[in-house]
Design a protein around this ligand. Structure first.
Ligand SMILES: [Zn+2]
Ligand SMILES: [Zn+2]
Ligand SMILES: [Zn+2]
Ligand SMILES: [Zn+2]
Ligand SMILES: [Zn+2]
Ligand SMILES: [Zn+2]
Ligand SMILES: [Zn+2]
Ligand SMILES: [Zn+2]
Length: 323
């Protein structure tokens, strides 16, 4: 079977980021160099495709005595599994030789803080060899259709990732570039080899490529992004962050990338408002000049000192720092 067609439905690919235009703000002395209060970002989550894919049934004939019977094949679909997957088999963990519903169930038990640090481990998903049919209990080598009762153990099946899932509404696909299965529909994503991850096609010609952008931890919650099951956004600077963590930044009125301090959205409206607000304030009495570095465009300029904010002379951003 062509391995490239199958996948494990576990990981989200990088979704697009739609940010609004914050218009209200209040700049304070913040480590990120600026905070905008009451600004409104609108991080739209990637609209998940509603079309169910047909799955990837493989009608293999295992034994001539088993009729190629659709009813047998479909038996118990969506009725077995765990909180993570609807599937009709369990797996034998290659690491500890115990049986679990899925690798997440294994990791919850074997990689929890309750376990002695030296004994903690994650299940190496690609190394799973044996599965146990949930309908007849037969243990067998990893395959899609039970060798004994002929039931399909997972409507979506990836022979590489050893993933089974009857819920194909996740639109699973296996990405050879990533080496793992992702969700959201192959047609909606492309693999960027520089960033080293699948990105939404919306970003195909518009994202800033950062070498290995996805192969680091989220700067807010420190989860490894490449294997994260939560939605990930790519910022205009090319750095990546969880959608939920970006929302948290929004709630705390922080609009600068935690890694490089560049603005995470189009701030032009906010800067226009700030222009007007600053114009109404009485000018600072002294003519002290300061040199500033712009976090957005990288230009340096010399401007009159101001208590509230300094404007980049090159790109008009107030996302600047004194140097
Ligand atoms: Zn896969
Ligand atoms: Zn599970
Ligand atoms: Zn079976
Ligand atoms: Zn990929
Ligand atoms: Zn890229
Ligand atoms: Zn995060
Ligand atoms: Zn950045
Ligand atoms: Zn600038």
């Amino acid at each position: 079977m062509p391995a490239a067609v199958y996948g494990v439905p576990e990981l989200c690919a990088v979704v697009s980021l739609n940010l609004g235009h914050p218009t209200a703000f209040c700049i304070e002395n913040h480590p990120a160099k600026y905070m905008i209060l009451a600004g409104k970002l609108n991080v739209e989550e990637y609209a998940k495709g509603s079309l169910l894919s047909g799955g990837n049934y493989i009608k293999e004939k295992i034994d001539r005595s088993i009729p190629d019977d659709h009813e047998t094949f479909e038996k118990g679909i969506m009725q077995y599994g765990c909180p993570h997957y609807k599937r009709r088999c369990r797996i034998r963990a290659p690491c500890c030789n115990e049986i679990f519903d899925c690798r997440h169930c294994h990791n919850e038990v074997k990689n929890s803080i309750k376990i002695d640090t030296v004994k903690r481990h994650e299940l190496p998903r690609h190394e799973v060899r044996q599965v146990i049919c949930s309908l007849c209990g037969t243990e067998q080598e990893v395959r899609q259709v039970c060798i004994n009762c002929g039931v399909c153990m997972g409507k979506y099946f990836c022979g590489l990732c050893k993933l089974f899932d009857d819920d194909v509404s996740k639109q699973q696909y296996h990405c050879n570039g990533c080496g793992i299965c992702r969700i959201g529909g192959r047609e909606n994503f492309f693999h960027c080899s520089k960033c080293g991850c699948c990105y939404s096609i919306v970003l195909k010609n518009s994202h800033a490529c950062v070498e290995g952008a996805m192969h680091h931890d989220c700067p807010i919650c420190f989860e490894y992004l490449f294997e994260s099951t939560n939605d990930v956004s790519v910022l205009p600077c090319g750095h990546t962050i969880h959608v939920k963590c970006l929302k948290e930044m929004e709630e705390h009125c922080q609009f600068a990338c935690p890694l490089c301090s560049k603005s995470v959205c189009d701030m032009s409206k906010a800067w226009e408002r700030l222009d007007m607000e600053l114009a109404t304030l009485s000018d600072s009495c002294d003519d002290k000049m300061v040199r500033i570095l712009c976090n957005d465009c990288g230009a340096t300029s010399e401007v009159q000192f101001h208590l509230i904010a300094h404007k980049c002379q090159n790109c008009k951003s107030y996302n600047t720092r004194q140097i």
